[in-house]
Design a protein around this ligand. Sequence first.
Ligand SMILES: [Fe+2]
Length: 269
Amino acid sequence: MRKLLVMTDLHIRAEGQRIIGLDPGARLAEALAHALARHGDAEALVLCGDLTHAGEPAEYQRLRAVLADCPLPVIPMLGNHDNRDAFRTVFPEAPATPEGHVQDVRDIGETWLITLDTLIGPPFGWTHLGRLGPERLAWLDSALAGARDRQVLVCAHHPPMPTGLPAMDSILLEDGAALVDRLLAHDAPAHLILGHLHRTVSGTMRGLPFTVLKGTCHQGPLELVSDDSTLSVDEPGAYGVVLLGPGQVIVHSEDVLATGSALSGYDMA
Ligand SMILES: [Fe+2]
């Protein structure tokens, strides 16, 4: 099977700055080392948005430094904590549409990988909501046409439909129905991989299967009442390992644990 690594919600801050006491840059470095030691045969590393915490150039520069020794092709995407202009200044080689949206298509054998940019950003103001809008949706239509009858794996930062977390449901993808409509209309199976929630969540949206992955730094609590989207917990960072084959999209979530290499068997009773 073909293999991809997916990391999301890196929330990189400048040197010395932390989130709930955690250093996002150090957490990303730990996640990268953990993943590359076990999955160095992956074909690419997809970064599913919220690359930085505040969209500052210094944060993107630190991200670039942490990624400098990564031997895999990196496919970046943007989320609500990003700034498109600052990102493109520090990562000028990143694929983008003619309008500047950070979106890409990759041929992974039987699978067409489509990565989307759901950041609203200037000139539409700054908000934690996500939106694709007509230009990015038209680009998606072309990408899906290019896939022909192949299965598609679509990565986006914002979930297109509610997931039962009130705080996050208030800042989801505004035009998510348009995304789901398109993937349901595709001539082959589609799977969505998402970020934004800082939690592992899976299920179906109108029949469309999706997986949400934890972030590489802080995680979100299972909070089914509060409307505070900043609530965070110091749980291990995590990443996804995606296995792709004919008719198969398998998504594993791996926590970055210091004791992760200490494996023990047990006696069969
Ligand atoms: Fe995030």
